[in-house]
Design a protein around this ligand. Structure first.
Ligand code: SF4
Length: 415
């Protein structure tokens, strides 16, 4: 059986952001790893590779997508179904909007797909495909198969490998889909991660986790096991890593060179209201300085549009990112993705302005802000991006990064 697994991606600011992040996607690679031996899977990542081949010979197409890519996913589904090829949807958007997705496809896999996929494909083979598949029990990644390296074209990701470490997060931020999509926090045995890294032969890795330091003992065990491998790795974690000198040192010694943190905004009241009380803005500058001591680059977006934000937030954020010496920052408009508590609240409050999912790309105001007009929010976020990327500020950042990160920044990121 030939399966074409596509990560759909529309042309948008969201795509640009994801492409810049640059690691192989989890969704389609997890599917390829979980497929039974009698299924032959071909993967295609529209974010970093090329548009899907609508003439690809396939018995079944599986399309994974996030909300900004939903319309592109439906467009692809229509093209394949016109050829008589059934389409199954998976990923974030179809999991939370399964009834909508079913209007465009033959079935939906809701949530993590690994444990469901063999039964889904068996049903398809037996002409008994059901409409919706859900995990009835908590999913385990204790014995997951490694992603099939032969299917992953690392050139499309600048040589960056991705290895699954953990899924889920113990926090419950209002705007986040992670704790909704992964109902439990679960992680892989360290030995399996090490084996996969060794087998890949690579040197640069994304250690895929929603919060790498969520379990302190596990993180320490992982970093100790990575240290002899002489690799470089980047990951997502909270800035609180800098509050624990032993974890930070172990992470740095095992190859951490780039950390993505969710600092989001200089407004502590906005963070508190969004469920991110654990971030202390007044500690950010000191914490980032500690990361720089280990030559670790720090990246965080600034999100605009929280109820606590008025028009002053754009300039305040620009001063803030310069003051705390953040190494990279993107301008993002708060987006109430379906499935989040934020989406539910805005819906209750009558503040959702559009269900045109192509606008849910973090570049459009799709809800009514509390203290601005939607146009002011969009113009402010655009102003921030323009100012942040102005020649003067870019040069200043370049010299500051040279000072804070030295050779490591240049040789590992090419910037
Ligand atoms: S800490 Fe990050 S991953 Fe966890 S719920 Fe909050 S935003 Fe999501």
């Amino acid at each position: 059986m030939k399966i074409y697994a596509i990560k759909a991606s529309a042309q948008s600011a969201f795509k640009d952001y994801k492409q810049a992040m640059g690691a192989p996607p989890q969704s389609i690679n997890a599917l390829a790893a979980a497929a039974p031996d009698w299924a032959c899977v071909k993967t295609l990542d529209e974010t970093s590779q090329a548009p899907a081949n609508l003439h690809e010979p396939a018995d079944l197409v599986i399309i994974c997508m996030s909300t900004p890519d939903a319309l592109r996913g439906y467009e692809l589904a229509a093209a394949f179904r016109q050829r008589g090829i059934p389409v199954i949807f998976g990923g974030l958007h179809p999991s939370f909007m399964s009834e909508e997705a079913l209007q465009h496809g033959d079935a939906v896999i809701c949530g993590e797909a690994e444990q469901l996929l063999p039964a889904v494909l068996q049903d398809f083979r037996n002409h008994r495909l059901q409409r919706i598949y859900r995990n009835e029990a908590p999913v385990s990644i204790q014995r997951m198969r490694p992603y099939p390296q032969a299917l992953i074209d690392l050139n499309a990701y600048g040589g960056l490998n991705s290895v699954m470490v953990s899924r889920g997060c113990k926090f419950k931020c209002e705007f986040c889909t992670v704790h909704k999509f992964f109902p439990t926090f679960h992680y892989r045995p360290v030995g399996e991660i090490v084996d996969e890294i060794k087998a890949s032969g690579g040197q640069y890795f994304e250690l895929h986790a929603d919060n790498l330091i969520a379990d302190r003992d596990y993180a320490m065990e992982l970093f100790a096991a990575l240290k002899p491998l002489n690799i470089y790795w980047l990951a997502e974690a909270t800035l609180n890593i800098a509050e624990y000198p032993d974890i930070l040192e172990a992470a740095a010694e095992s190859g951490l060179f780039y950390l993505l943190i969710g600092l989001e905004t200089p407004s502590q009241t906005a963070l508190d209201a969004a469920g991110k009380k654990f971030i202390r803005i007044n500690r950010a500058k000191e914490n980032i300085a500690r990361l720089h001591e280990y030559k670790i680059a720090v990246d965080s977006a600034m999100i605009f549009g929280f109820d606590q934000h008025n028009e002053d937030i754009f300039e305040e954020s620009l001063d803030f990112v310069a003051d705390i010496q953040l190494d990279h920052c993107d301008s993002v408009i708060l987006t109430p993705f379906p499935g989040t508590d934020l989406f539910s609240r805005y819906q209750r409050e009558g503040r959702i302005l559009t269900r045109d999912w192509s606008k849910y790309d973090c570049n459009h105001a799709v809800f009514q802000p509390a203290q601005m007009t939607p146009a002011q929010l969009e113009q402010g976020a655009e102003w921030f991006a323009r100012e942040y990327n102005s020649l003067g500020r870019t040069l200043k950042r370049y010299w500051r990064r040279q000072n804070n990160l030295g050779w490591q920044w240049q040789s590992l990121t090419g910037q």
